[in-house]
Write a protein that binds this ligand. Structure first.
Ligand SMILES: Nc1ncnc2c1ncn2[C@@H]1O[C@H](COP(=O)(O)OP(=O)(O)O)[C@@H](O)[C@H]1O
Ligand SMILES: O=P(O)(O)OC[C@H](O)CO
Length: 493
């Protein structure tokens, strides 16, 4: 009987389930979007039940497509949108909507904390204090959901990021892995434990916290009534760390960029905990008794800006149309778009920046906006790579995620970075990384060397742009960013 690995990739906008074989071929995919809830400007929520439903439908579709029986699944790996904060009770019932990583409701709270505790927080967690991370979101829930804090103190509330919620529903175990824990801003990445001082600072009762485990080990078995089989759940990593693993970027200095709702650039730094003022230090994974670290540049809005062109101002029908529109122009004709919808992440960390389109003239059309959106994704990536370069040498960039199917974007990225951009055959690198982690735990794959041999190049984008053009474009971008920064403060919201 042929055996497979099932990977659950629960992203910001959709839940995916993918079935891989030993050669990392895909046999079945299920993918369902779920609603985004915006109760106030700058607030973003998901309904955990809607996430669960989309995830379960995706699993069932993937199994059907692959034409396999659940008992042919050797193991399940889970990977997830990170930081998004959920609280639920022991029966698995959510006690509020999930507060999504993009949500800005705690920006002011964090601004205050940052003034006094910015340095110790960075030292302990590797993170730049920001509403992005789970700590302030969990505090908000405990302070604002009637009765929640009391219940939590009685040990009746469980907290977790989305991996933890899914694994709890699948197996009944309340666990997370090092990579996800390192995004809560409550976890000490050197001591590898929840940090008592931070728990006190954010007023978080210890009872709510999950147990932190390695990224590749059996956490539990799926409840029989869910899939008709008791399958080990044995891989767990935040989606960006999983993508780094799926890109087989196991050596120090290897870098990947994932272009999804946001973009996330991670450089493996191995055993070294490297600090950069404007980047995050994070745990890549815990594997076979060792923890690997990474430097990360998190860009909050990239693909989401393309979605906004489609669903917000409705100037395109689908994301791929941006390529067709952008290539109608020889250049951006001076139009820049800074998609700071929820502030700016790395390397600016400005919670109060807001989106800006500049350089509009009477002849500006939708092709300019499409091009400016794609260019912005590439400039934002260069902003991060420039910071990273101060600490690690970067020769090339391995890329993945939805927007990498856009050849204009990939070529422009190579041009603006003046570096090779390499797109692998398997673009579902996030799901693949979680599959590898799950498979390694049950000896489905022999080890990292076998996984390295499975990584294959689909296309290399070589830089072609002359230096003068490249630097002129990038300088103008930096000017546009300056004009977007702090805007929410100017208008008082
Ligand atoms: N051809 C394309 N050009 C530009 N952006 C694209 C293209 N295809 C998809 N995208 C963008 O990529 C994102 C989807 O990528 P995906 O990796 O599925 O994201 P996530 O995991 O964050 O949900 C969407 O935001 C979409 O707008
Ligand atoms: O859902 P994605 O793929 O955009 O990833 C979101 C990140 O994990 C947020 O930190």
């Amino acid at each position: 009987m042929e055996r497979y690995i099932l990977s659950l990739d629960e992203g910001t906008t959709s839940a995916r389930a993918i079935i891989f074989d030993r050669e990392s071929n895909i046999h079945g995919i299920g993918q369902y979007e779920f609603p985004q809830h915006y109760p106030r400007p700058g607030w973003v929520e998901h309904n955990p039940e809607e996430i669960w439903e989309a995830q379960m439908r995706a699993i069932k579709t993937a199994i059907e497509h692959a034409k396999i029986e659940p008992n042919q699944i050797a193991a399940i790996g889970v990977t997830n949108q990170r930081e998004t904060t959920i609280v639920w009770d022991k029966s698995g019932r959510p006690l509020y909507n999930a507060i999504v990583w993009q949500c800005r409701r705690t920006a002011e709270m964090v601004e205050e904390i940052k003034r006094e505790y910015g340095n110790p927080i960075k030292e302990k967690t590797g993170l730049v204090p920001d509403a992005y991370f789970s700590a302030s979101k969990l505090k908000w829930l405990l302070d604002n959901v009637p009765g929640l804090r009391k219940k939590a103190e009685k040990g009746e509330v469980l907290f977790g990021t989305v991996d933890t919620f899914l694994i709890y529903r699948l197996t009944g175990e309340h666990v997370t892995d090092y990579s996800n824990a390192s995004r809560t801003m409550l976890f000490n990445i050197k001591k590898l434990d929840w940090d008592e001082e931070l728990l006190e600072l954010f007023d978080i009762p210890e009872e709510v916290l999950p147990e932190v485990r390695e990224s590749s080990e059996v956490y539990g078995y799926t409840k029989k009534e869910l899939l008709g089989a008791e399958i080990p759940v044995s891989g767990d990593a935040g989606d960006q760390q999983a993508a780094l693993f799926g890109q087989a970027a196991f050596e120090t200095g290897m870098v990947k960029a994932t272009y999804g709702t946001g973009s996330f650039i991670l450089a493996n730094t191995g055993k070294m905990v490297r600090y950069s003022e404007n980047l995050l230090t994070t745990i890549a994974w815990g594997l076979k008794g060792k923890v690997s670290y990474a430097l990360e540049g998190s860009i909050f809005v990239t693909g989401a800006a393309v979605q906004w062109l489609r669903d917000g101002i409705k100037i395109i029908k689908n994301a791929a149309e941006t390529e067709e529109l952008a290539t109608k122009l020889e250049s951006n004709e001076g139009v820049y778009f800074v998609p700071a919808f929820v502030g700016l992440g790395a390397p600016y960390w400005d919670q109060f920046a807001r989106g800006l389109i500049i350089g509009i003239t009477r002849s500006t059309g939708r092709e300019h906006l499409a091009r400016a959106t794609l260019e912005a994704i590439a400039y934002l990536t260069r902003d991060v790579i420039e910071e990273m370069e101060k600490l690690v040498g970067i020769k090339e960039l391995r890329v993945d995620g939805g927007a990498t199917s856009n050849d204009f974007l990939m070529q422009f990225q190579a041009d603006i970075l003046n570096r090779r951009v390499i797109r692998p055959v398997v673009k579902e690198t996030t799901a693949l990384g979680a599959a590898y982690l799950a498979g390694l735990a049950v000896d489905y794959w022999g080890g990292l060397d076998e996984i390295k041999s499975l990584w294959k190049v689909e296309k290399v984008f070589e830089p072609k742009m002359d230096e003068e053009t490249r630097e002129r474009l990038y300088r103008s971008w930096k000017e546009a960013v300056k004009r977007a920064m702090g805007w929410a403060k100017v208008v008082g919201s």
